[in-house]
Design a protein around this ligand. Structure first.
Ligand code: GLC
Length: 746
């Protein structure tokens, strides 16, 4: 006997005659639906073609703007069922108002879905994603996403356009800030953690939001690091490096995917059947819905793969696009295309089913207003607990790049501290790009954090120069203040707008005259700590060779200043590791740890080897690099066997000893090198990591277990699997400084 639950009496009344149900006349009695698909099909069976197309349409409100243009008619569109989802609208009252327009005016009262770019926090802003990735701390990253979901859902949001899973190996690309760096293994683990955080244990819970895996696919491989540019790569590179994090997020249960702006091998992702149907549906079994990026259907005309909007709509629908973000092309063309039998209504039914399913899973049909609670809004935003979590995440995301003669941590008994630089008291830049509903005026600056940490010290601040621009007028004042101090904390880097979308840079040095400021302060001879605030790796070779202490803090969010002070004054021992390589100079880019060896690997004494005439091959800082205030020593590796066979595992143990005076956390990294294979193997590939805390003088044994499947790759014939032969295991504190051992796979 079929049974249904509907608390939307109207819908129940409409649907029930269609089913073989026994319906009591004593009002809406609870009838249990035992099949989500049946619920969806029951609604779908009632819908007109226009109502279906309305569900495939997503428009931005004008509350926030994240793209080139905004439509003003979205409230009218809602009333007449011409749109099924709205983004960039939040707040219990405002989303209730918009939901009311749908529920009280449309024929079937299908609830709206509200989406927003909650990328690294909603009101409480966490460090930018590249910073979070530097923590290598999956629990903290998941917790940050969980808090983002709690705050976003408290303001009426059902759906976040995150996690961004784009692998990026070109620091010129501004959106490198939004991702997890250069490595697919780390990127995949982080993607999973974020999906768990956003979607929680059940989407029926009111404090969870639907995740959106973006930007599918390979958007981060934009040629020359120029945003929106062509991406072109081998199937092998696509499948081994760029696709895994998207798949990991989907395997973790993400219910939506966003197609990317770029063309991949000449086929724009939004019209790319291979990506959207063959791989996403056919290989990965994804059964959620796919939304385009902002106006991507319209941009197929610019790409030159569609002559007009109708053609753009047809090829997008046939490729596998379910929802049109902001182009308004599905509502403008699909009905006519169906009437002319140029597209099949069945494709529309498939798309609408996927969309309705998500709305059912969120519980919106039962209660379209479940997320519109002013009560939750009042109690769940920017709580002290959320602030502490943001501060903790920030501390863990900082990377200590240099600490000559243990200049850091600074003593809390210092008398005179100079805080200098254009980012030292900048509030607006601290929350970085894609900071959602974050209020930068609530961010704690570095200057405030230092003053709070050492209230008894005389802390003098001078900006010294702007982030950009040519004026050196105030450098003199900065030098004077530096001369009178015991130590200088010098905060330099980028403005928040210099990374993120449409923010590629062709030079990744310090902008403006900041380098002049750094050199002038250095010349005072005072001990200088450089605090970097930036959204990408920068070329900072001079700083590295002259400044004794360098702390990478990225854009650290609402609690930035407190978190940086925690590290500078030793209340937290830095544990971050770079998720992306810092090049020695821009000419090396792309440069990343898992390169192939080539037939002529560099030899200093040999002219005919792979090198530059005017610079090194080695980057400035390698992937996985980061120092601590203490020292960790690694024992030789212990393998439980030297021969690994098909159905077996190999265990790798290493003893890590904290030989310093301070407790600290270490990210123990495991890399593998396949010594001979049918495809030239990368010099090493990350296959595992563990972040552990070790007290001073203590040691811990860290164990990894590998199976032959962990050693699989796309072989010469593009089949995925492993090959017998010799392997080298590297375990260490970064991708270069390792202890090694070998084994054979037979
Ligand atoms: C933007 C971005 C995308 C974002 C979307 C909605 O153009 O590319 O990351 O989710 O539009 O704001």
């Amino acid at each position: 006997m079929r049974s249904f639950i509907f608390h939307n009496r109207f819908l129940a009344a409409l649907l029930l005659p269609l089913s073989t149900l026994i319906f009591s006349c004593t009002g809406p009695v609870p009838m249990v639906v035992n099949n989500l698909d049946r619920q969806v099909d029951s609604v779908l069976s009632l819908m007109t073609l226009d109502e279906k197309i309305g569900q495939m349409t997503l428009y931005t409100s004008d509350m926030d703007q994240t793209g080139a243009f905004v439509r003003k008619e979205y409230e009218e569109d809602i009333k007449y069922g011409r749109v099924g989802s709205i983004f960039n609208a939040y707040g219990a009252d405002y989303t209730r108002k918009l939901q009311d327009l749908a529920i009280k005016n449309t024929r079937l009262r299908i609830p709206l879905l509200f989406g927003y770019d909650v990328i690294h926090g909603h009101r409480t802003i966490f460090p930018v994603p590249l910073a979070e990735a530097s923590s290598w701390d999956m629990k903290s990253i998941e917790h940050a996403a969980r808090i983002a979901a709690i705050e976003a859902s408290a303001e009426g949001l059902h759906w976040t356009f995150a996690p961004m899973c784009d692998i990026a190996r070109d620091p010129r690309w501004g959106r490198i800030v939004e991702g997890s760096g250069e490595d697919p293994y780390l990127g995949s683990e982080i993607a999973r953690a974020r999906v768990r955080g956003f979607q929680g244990n059940s989407l029926g819970e009111v404090n969870t939001v639907v995740a959106c895996v973006k930007h599918y696919a390979a958007y981060g491989a934009a040629q020359a690091g120029r945003d929106y540019h062509t991406t072109d790569m081998s199937q092998r590179l696509l499948r081994e490096v760029y696709l895994p994090p998207y798949k990991a997020a989907i395997d973790e249960g993400a219910l939506t995917v966003m197609s990317s702006f770029n063309d991949l091998d000449g086929i724009p992702a939004t019209a790319n059947k291979f990506l959207l149907s063959d791989v996403l549906r056919g290989e990965w079994g994804f059964d959620g819905f796919v939304v385009t990026d902002y106006n991507s259907i319209g941009e197929l005309i610019n790409h030159g793969v569609a002559a007009d909007q109708a053609e753009a709509a047809a090829i997008s629908l046939e490729a596998g696009i379910d929802m049109d973000m902001q182009a308004g092309i599905y509502p403008a063309t699909l009905s006519n295309l169906v009437d002319k039998q140029l597209v099949s209504e069945e494709l529309i039914n498939i798309a609408v089913r996927r969309i309705l399913k998500v709305k059912f899973q969120l519980g919106l049909f039962e209660d379209p207003y479940k997320y519109c609670s002013t009560e939750r809004e009042k109690t769940l935003l920017m709580t002290p607990g959320h602030q502490e979590a943001a501060r903790d995440m920030a501390r863990k995301s900082f990377v200590l790049l240099k600490n000559e003669n243990q200049l850091l941590p600074l003593s809390k008994n210092l008398k005179r501290i100079a805080v200098v630089g254009p980012l030292a008291d900048s509030r607006q830049d601290l929350i970085g790009s894609w900071s959602a509903a974050g209020d930068w005026s609530k961010a704690v600056t570095l200057l405030e954090g230092v003053r709070a940490a050492v209230p008894q010290a005389q802390v003098q601040y001078v900006k010294g120069c702007e982030i950009t621009g040519t004026s050196t007028d105030n450098i003199k004042q900065a030098v004077e203040v530096a001369k009178s101090a015991d130590v200088v904390i010098l905060a330099v880097g980028e403005a928040a707008w210099m990374s993120g979308e449409a923010a590629s840079r062709s030079d990744i040095g310090l902008p403006g005259v900041q380098q002049t400021l750094v050199e002038a302060v250095y010349k005072t001879g005072k001990p200088v700590v450089v605090v970097l605030m930036n959204g990408r790796p920068l070329t900072i070779k001079w700083i590295d060779s002259h400044i004794p202490a360098i702390l990478e803090t990225w854009f650290a969010g609402t609690q930035a200043g407190n978190a940086i002070a925690d590290v500078l004054f030793g209340d937290y021992n830095p544990s971050g590791k770079l998720p992306v390589t810092f090049p020695d100079n821009l000419g090396q880019v792309p440069v990343y740890y898992s390169m192939r060896n080539t037939g002529r690997p560099f030899e200093a004494a040999n002219k005919y080897t792979s090198k530059y005439l005017d610079g090194p091959n080695e980057p400035l800082y390698v992937f996985g690099y980061g120092l601590s205030y203490t020292k960790f020593e690694y024992s030789p590796l212990v393998l439980d066997k030297n021969i690994l066979t098909e159905n077996d595992t190999i265990s790798i143990s290493v003893t890590v000893k904290n030989t310093g005076e301070l407790a600290g956390e270490e990210v123990v990294q495991l890399y593998v090198h396949d010594k001979v294979a049918s495809v030239a193997p990368p010099v090493k590939t990350l296959k595992g990591f563990k972040k552990i805390r070790i007290d001073a003088g203590e040691e811990k044994i860290v164990q990894f277990v590998l199976t032959p499947a962990d050693l699989a790759f796309y072989r010469a014939d593009m089949t995925y699997g492993w090959e017998k032969g010799a392997f080298r295991i590297d375990v260490g504190t970064n991708s270069r400084d390792v202890v090694s051992a070998e084994f054979n796979l037979q």
